[in-house]
Ligand binder design. Structure first.
Ligand SMILES: [Zn+2]
Length: 295
């Protein structure tokens, strides 16, 4: 109902001087923090860290660099999805006043909340490698505390690949990813046409050779600009359904309890698996499985 009213109000606004203007492209930006320039440790990743407030500025700077680049290539409607930690790291008052920002958890589509089939492309900023990527900065998949990795149809996936598949469910391609070298190359292995900005050369879980925030933002601006020139050639990344999901847990008691969920079985002490209709079902399920009370 609300939607209908909003639509009725918006219609006259897009008709200028007697003829309908094409609606601006819609671009979805999902932003995490571990892959932001300069970020290597919990010191930057949460409210208790001595450098968290600075890292929020770097993160917001990278989002704004992406927004600038998107708009340099034409008008765009932009949704930013704040997808790290408490979902409130992006400095909302430092964004252009016509973008919208998804904040807070829980939410059904997690790092992709707000996406739908009206978007032309998705852009991933500050992404990191998966749990099983050795040597990547803060490599984990969805929950570093609880999960031992996620497989979709037998392939271990990063959050970038997972979210590309979720975007693909809505027919939306991934145009760009930034993060450390392993985060970027892991996603480009399955989405080879996505542009990337490698802002850090990882040495390990808690160290990297990083460019400066200003340089990282310039690299993101250039990469997103390149990505916007080839939107029409991008294909959504679609995982064939039904999708076989396998979830590993660090604690065996979490796998034990997860196996109580109808449709999940437990092939070994640390894992559960099942077959699901689509990525939306899987995304919702994973949030429940990662929020079990600590034993
Ligand atoms: Zn994160």
């Amino acid at each position: 109902m609300k939607r209908l009213l909003a639509g009725l109000i918006l219609v006259p606004l897009v008709i200028v001087s007697g003829h309908a203007q094409p609606r601006p492209r819609k671009i979805f930006i999902s932003v995490d923090m571990e892959g932001i320039t300069g970020v290597v440790q919990p010191a930057q990743l949460g409210p208790d860290g001595f450098e968290y407030q600075r890292a929020r500025e770097w993160m917001t700077g990278e989002v704004n660099a992406a927004i600038d680049a998107i708009r340099e290539s034409g008008a765009a409607e932009i949704v930013v999805c704040d997808s790290h930690g408490n979902g409130q790291s992006v400095l909302i008052d430092k964004l252009p006043d016509d973008v919208r920002l998804v904040r807070g958890f829980p939410r059904p589509l997690e790092m992709m909340q707000g996406i739908d089939d009206t978007f032309a492309a998705a852009v991933f900023i500050g992404y990191h490698g998966s749990e099983w990527t050795a040597g990547a900065v803060r490599s984990h998949t969805i929950s570093s505390a609880r999960l031992l990795g996620i497989k979709l149809n037998g392939m271990e996936v990063s959050e970038g690949i997972f979210n590309a598949a979720l975007a693909g469910h809505f027919g939306v391609p991934v145009a760009f990813v930034s993060g450390d070298r392993l985060a970027v190359t892991q996603l480009q292995n399955v989405v080879p046409k996505a542009e990337g900005a490698i802002v850090k050369e990882p040495y390990g879980y808690h160290s990297a050779m990083s460019v400066t925030p200003a340089r990282g933002q310039a690299m993101i601006r250039d990469g997103v600009k390149r990505a916007m020139t080839k939107l029409s050639s991008l294909q959504p990344y679609r995982v064939p359904a039904p999708i076989d999901l396998e979830v590993g847990f660090k604690l065996t008691i979490d796998a034990e309890r997860a196996a109580f969920v109808p449709g999940l079985s437990r092939p070994d002490a640390h894992s559960v698996k099942g077959s699901f209709r689509d990525m939306v079902e899987i995304t919702k399920l994973l949030q429940v499985l990662t929020s079990l009370e600590a034993p």
